[in-house]
Design a protein around this ligand. Structure first.
Ligand SMILES: [Fe+2]
Length: 200
């Protein structure tokens, strides 16, 4: 039989930690800026429980211009998945510092078709993973009370997809996809930069 994918949920992943592209130096400068902003107390309260989240205007700082360039170039590689003609040309980005016990509650990124995150500082597997939840309202797996986990579940029937972050890893996902970040169970901070980008 022919199978049609009516409404599917993509997750794109890549690695921007290229030592030939001065990743070590660029990462260090971004982290310095993030910690400086945190020390100044310039934070916001959104999905972060206990963690520090910067304002979403990191594009103001020169340390993030390289990362923005990478995000827009990579985003436009996958732009055809969203539109045959339009390209991504604008966006916002913000930093997250999660220390021991900190996590980010379940949320979506309203008004964003393409969102993502890049990990700047992750050095232990217990610093919190990102979990994505089934976006299909009314699906069996979105109804917790009638859900029965299948040990051999497929992407069609599974309700959670988990990604273990690592330094330099970059994820793109549709802004409507529900996700959260599990608690950091270590004494070491975890730092990421999240973003939303918009079609022209
Ligand atoms: Fe998010």
């Amino acid at each position: 039989m022919n199978e049609s994918r009516l409404f599917y949920t993509p997750l794109w992943q890549t690695d921007v930690a290229d030592p030939n592209d001065h990743w070590t130096e660029r990462r260090e400068l971004m982290l310095q800026r993030i910690f400086a902003l945190a020390a100044e107390g310039k934070g916001v309260q959104k999905t972060n429980f206990g963690g520090w989240q910067s304002p979403d205007d990191l594009y103001r700082y020169p340390e993030f211009q390289w990362l923005i360039g990478r995000i827009m170039a990579l985003g436009n590689e996958i732009a055809p998945a969203f539109s045959a003609k339009r390209r991504f040309d604008d966006g916002i980005l913000w930093a997250n510092i999660n220390r021991k016990g900190d996590f980010n509650a379940v949320h979506t990124h309203p008004d964003a078709v393409l969102s993502g995150v890049v990990y700047l500082k992750v050095d232990h597997p217990d610093q919190g993973v990102i979990q994505f939840f089934d976006a299909r309202e009314g699906s069996p797996t979105s109804q917790w009370r009638c859900y029965m986990r299948l040990e051999d579940g497929t992407p069609l029937i599974n309700d959670v997809h988990e990604v273990q972050p690592k330094e330099g890893h970059l994820l793109f996902f549709p802004g409507w996809l529900k996700h959260w970040v599990t608690p950091n169970n270590t004494d070491r901070e975890r730092v990421s930069v999240s973003f939303n980008i918009r079609l022209e």
